[in-house]
Design a protein around this ligand. Structure first.
Ligand code: ZN
Length: 193
């Protein structure tokens, strides 16, 4: 029996007990904005950006990177659900800074089980049962943090399906202080017409 499963279901039982007026919330986010950010467990957008249920869209993935999947969510967020301002928020000490696509391909080719990070980078404690299929995925690792924010805001800004009226703000969340630090070049690229 999974300890995690039991704990999650117990926490949810308590949450639902005081659900109250949240049952009346409409689908469109009340504060009309969206955040793209990393899935890193240390980041809690509801807390660092002051969100309650119903306030905003939060689109999370490894790195808070932007690709066609992220664009898909952003287009729906704006076109059908009315968000008018978007944030791209990457963060210090991101795991996406610790590998390249080639490193990931090699790790997966050797084993599918969890790797470990040693002094000389990532390695596999287990060394069998891998797959070469990793090569077909761009894992979107990050080489330089500010540049990745600029790149992702630029990708959104230049996308043919994104309205020029939506400002896109670029920030880095500092895991040591909890502060959002603006990437000015990104916000400049992302400014609305
Ligand atoms: Zn991260």
């Amino acid at each position: 029996m999974s300890i995690v499963l039991d704990a999650v279901l117990e926490a949810n039982r308590k949450y639902a007990e005081t659900f109250g007026s949240k049952s009346e919330l409409p689908i469109p986010p009340g504060r009309k904005f969206a955040i793209v950010t990393c899935m890193d467990a240390r980041l809690d957008p509801a807390k660092f950006a002051g969100l309650a249920e119903g306030d905003a869209h939060v689109i999370r993935n490894a790195g808070g990177r932007v690709n066609e999947e992220t664009i898909r969510s952003l287009i729906i967020s704006h076109k059908l659900l009315g968000t008018q301002e978007w944030f791209v928020i990457h963060h210090t000490d991101c795991g996406m800074l610790t590998f390249t696509n080639q490193v990931m391909y090699d790790l997966l080719e050797e084993s599918l089980e969890s790797a470990a990070l040693g002094e000389n980078g990532w390695y596999n404690p287990e060394k069998e049962g891998g797959s070469r299929a990793g090569q077909y995925i761009n894992f979107l690792p990050i080489q330089e943090l500010e540049q990745s924010v600029v790149d992702d805001v630029t990708y959104i800004r230049n996308h043919p399906l994104v309205s020029k009226h939506i400002p896109i703000y670029g920030y880095i969340y500092d895991c040591k202080t909890g502060k959002l630090v603006e990437v000015k070049e990104a916000t400049e690229v992302g400014k609305a017409e």
